[in-house]
Design a protein around this ligand. Structure first.
Ligand code: VAH
Length: 316
């Protein structure tokens, strides 16, 4: 069975659905502090900071794979740095240690572009470069990458990871990141409202559409172990855009839509991150290739959100 920790989160809710479709409802154990809305399948409430609770769950369901998608993200994480560090580190270490002691065959713990800081090249940020993160979330992801590498080298644990860019989805809301504006902007546009963006209009950030993020995760996890040459975390690129560019893409569907700009503390976080990512290593090692560009993603987002907000119109 496959255990998903953080099943109620932005990525977790979508990943659970894909894993259920692929492996069957009874092969996927969704876990989180609280159940996702309108959930169907096997759900177990779990506080992953408690190693014994996690170990008991792994034993009870004879878990063979763990996806750890629970963390306090970059923006929310700055409100309480020590708590963010403790939660992000304790849960990651619990997953690695329980996986090792209970012979879990594969583990996925995501990393993030938040591991990069001002010292990394801003464009085509390479797989190998200095990591000087400016957020506690980023610090915790650099540490998690090093722990994953350690457990692989020292214990042979098959743990794999991706440095997710900002993830854009219609099925779920992000939870306290710096890239969240790129999801909220679509919700506002489809509801006929203007949008106030918490980043300045030319802030370019690496992003990825949820379908690509999920496919990358599953393709990475299904690749032959011998092909996985990066045991910290692979760079992953989907697309890259600025608030001005995503606004223009939306205006093709909603000509009267407008974005105002009111940068807040998240501007400094965004300014320390890459603008575009070099994911050649993922392309070489396990044939990664994104499928969504800004116009295709915008079309999909507006189509699905229109169905959600204006069912009558789309059925007409
Ligand atoms: C965040 N969406 O903003 C997350 C991600 C790209 C960064 O880890 O914190």
């Amino acid at each position: 069975t496959i255990l998903v920790i953080g099943a109620s989160g932005q990525i977790g809710t979508v990943l659970v659905q894909h894993l259920q479709n692929q492996y069957g409802l009874n092969r996927v154990i969704a876990s989180d502090l609280r159940m996702p809305q309108a959930f169907s399948g096997i759900f177990e409430s779990l506080d992953a900071t408690k190693a014994d609770e996690l170990a008991a769950l792994v034993r009870r369901y004879r878990v063979t794979q763990i996806y750890h998608l629970a963390a306090i993200l970059s923006a929310n994480g700055e409100a309480n740095p020590i708590r963010t560090w403790e939660i992000n580190m304790q849960t990651a270490l619990n997953v690695l240690e329980v996986a090792r002691t209970q012979n879990v065959s594969k583990v996925f713990i995501p990393s993030s572009i938040a591991v990069f800081g001002p010292s990394a090249p801003a464009f085509d940020t390479p797989q190998q470069t200095q990591l000087d993160p400016t957020t506690v979330y980023g610090i915790s992801k650099v540490a998690a990458e090093n722990w994953m590498h350690y457990y692989h080298v020292k214990y042979g644990l098959d743990v794999r990871s991706l440095r997710y860019p900002g993830v854009i989805s219609y099925q779920s809301q992000p939870g306290g990141g710096t890239t969240d504006y790129a999801v909220a902007i679509y919700h506002q546009a489809v509801q006929g409202q203007d949008f106030t963006c918490f980043l300045s209009e030319n802030t370019r950030l690496p992003m990825i559409y949820m379908d690509d993020a999920i496919r990358a995760t599953l393709e990475l996890m299904e690749a032959e172990s011998s092909r996985i040459r990066v045991r910290t975390a692979y760079n992953l690129a989907g697309l890259s855009f600025t608030p001005a560019e995503i606004t223009a893409a939306i205006q093709k569907f909603f000509p009267n839509f407008r974005t105002q700009y009111a940068p807040d503390f998240r501007q400094q976080i965004a300014d320390s991150w890459p603008k575009t990512i070099d994911d050649q290593a993922a392309r070489n090692d396990w044939e990664w290739a994104p499928a969504f560009d800004l116009s295709r993603m915008t079309e999909e987002m507006i189509h699905h959100l229109s169905e959600y907000y204006q069912p009558s119109l789309t059925q007409a």
